[in-house]
Design a binder for this molecule. Structure first.
Ligand code: ATP
Ligand code: MG
Ligand code: MG
Length: 378
């Protein structure tokens, strides 16, 4: 999607990812002698191979080798910009470091504490965390988490062993359970000079820890919520360095307080709706920000939008195409299939955004798609 936005601006993009048919490589043709790189985001040689061919480096995933990015920025024989700043990626890629950073700057987050499996010290032991944070609590991997694959709900003390086995020997921390009313997300664009602008706040609905549906703008009667959520998100992103878009995931608590759940230093699933629903998409604005161009308007250009993620239920790709077939008959529906070679349970295969004249209209346009989902669970 970043590549598609870049091609409209005639910005040349090279991609580092595994395999020749990685999704982004399917939509971007490099101009010889430049070439995409086949490798891992963590592999130093591969990152350097990409860097040797470009003027600006950016990431679409935080689980990268941030140290190499920092080294490249400092020692390269010719100037290379890296956005967002590698120090930002380093802070964000460890969720505990990220929470401590936000707390230091007065951004409200869920209470948490580090957990070391072998520790008897109450400030780092599982027993200590249960005592301080109560039950249930969310045990989380500090690193390499996505789509909830790094989270385990500990309901009783009997779950502790199961949780630690499930999360393996990754560094862990525990979070107080957040009995949120709803989940909210805001996309922020941070310019090279540090100005931050926000997209409208959206409601994200998760299923089995994976983002399922996004509603834009926020639903409900609280006229102040959009502004409140945007201010929290802007404050959070002001604390980081470097340009680009950031996704800020938040919990709306029963007393109206907004807590930051986590931040993504990149285009984000909760901002996919911006492609059809806003004047400038999160992808175009990411490019504008990292190239130090004037930022585009983040305003909605339609009254309402809803985004449905197409998540694999099994290896059967026809379950996904069935929903797309239905979407072809729905006015205002735009299909995005990512070109992943196989479907798997829980894998994001694409998404569909539906725009309309009201929340009621996009909801009614969404209904036949929900009915076509494999588990038919609206
Ligand atoms: P992502 O794909 O968004 O990167 P992730 O693996 O990093 O996901 P989180 O965002 O930490 O996981 O959590 C996934 C979901 O689990 C949240 O969106 C929320 O629904 C639920 N969740 C996370 N932390 C808590 C908490 N402390 N209390 C209650 N629910 C939580
Ligand atoms: Mg995450
Ligand atoms: Mg998340």
């Amino acid at each position: 999607m970043l590549g598609a936005a870049a091609s409209l601006l005639n910005i040349k993009v090279l991609v580092l990812d595994s395999g020749d048919s990685a999704p982004a490589k399917q939509v971007i043709a490099p101009t010889p002698p430049l070439s995409h790189v086949d490798g891992k985001f963590t592999d130093e040689e591969s990152v350097r191979q990409l860097a040797s061919q470009v003027d600006v480096l950016t990431v679409e995933i935080e689980h990268v080798n941030a140290q190499v990015l920092e080294d490249i920025m400092k020692d390269s024989s010719r100037p290379i910009q890296v956005h967002p700043h590698p120090s930002t990626i380093k802070i964000i890629q460890n969720k505990l470091t990220q929470k401590r950073h936000l707390t230091k700057y007065g951004v409200p987050v869920v209470d948490c504490q580090e957990v070391i499996a072998s520790s008897a010290d109450p400030s780092t032991s599982m027993q200590g965390a249960i005592k301080t944070l109560g039950l249930p609590l969310m045990l989380k991997s500090q690193t390499l988490a996505y789509d909830g694959r790094g989270n385990y709900v500990v309901e009783t003390e009997d779950d502790v062993g199961k949780a630690q086995t499930a999360l393996g020997d990754r560094p862990l921390y525990a979070e107080r359970w957040a009995p949120f009313v709803k989940e909210i997300a805001v996309m922020i664009v941070r310019s090279a000079s540090g100005t931050v602008v926000s997209y409208p706040a959206v409601e994200t609905v998760h299923k089995e820890n994976i983002c399922h549906i996004v509603f834009a703008p926020l639903r409900g009667t609280d006229q102040e919520l959009d502004g409140k959520a945007r201010r929290v998100a802007e404050k959070a992103i002001q604390t980081f360095e470097g340009a680009g878009v950031f996704g800020v995931e938040m919990f709306l608590m029963p007393d109206g307080e907004i807590l930051v759940n986590e931040i993504a230093p990149r285009p984000h699933n909760s901002g996919h709706y911006t492609i059809e629903a806003c004047y400038s998409s999160q992808y175009e604005n990411h490019l504008r920000a990292i190239l130090d161009l004037p930022l585009g308007s983040t305003e909605l250009r339609v009254p309402a939008a809803v985004m449905l993620n197409l998540i694999g239920a099994s290896s059967d790709m026809s379950e996904i195409t069935r929903v797309c077939q239905k979407a072809l008959t729905v006015p205002g529906a735009a299909i995005h299939l990512y070109g992943k070679s196989e479907s798997r349970k829980g894998r994001k295969m694409g998404h569909i955004t539906i725009v309309g004249n009201s929340e009621a209209e996009v909801r009614s346009r969404l209904r036949p798609l929900l009915e076509a989902l494999p588990d038919n669970d609206p």
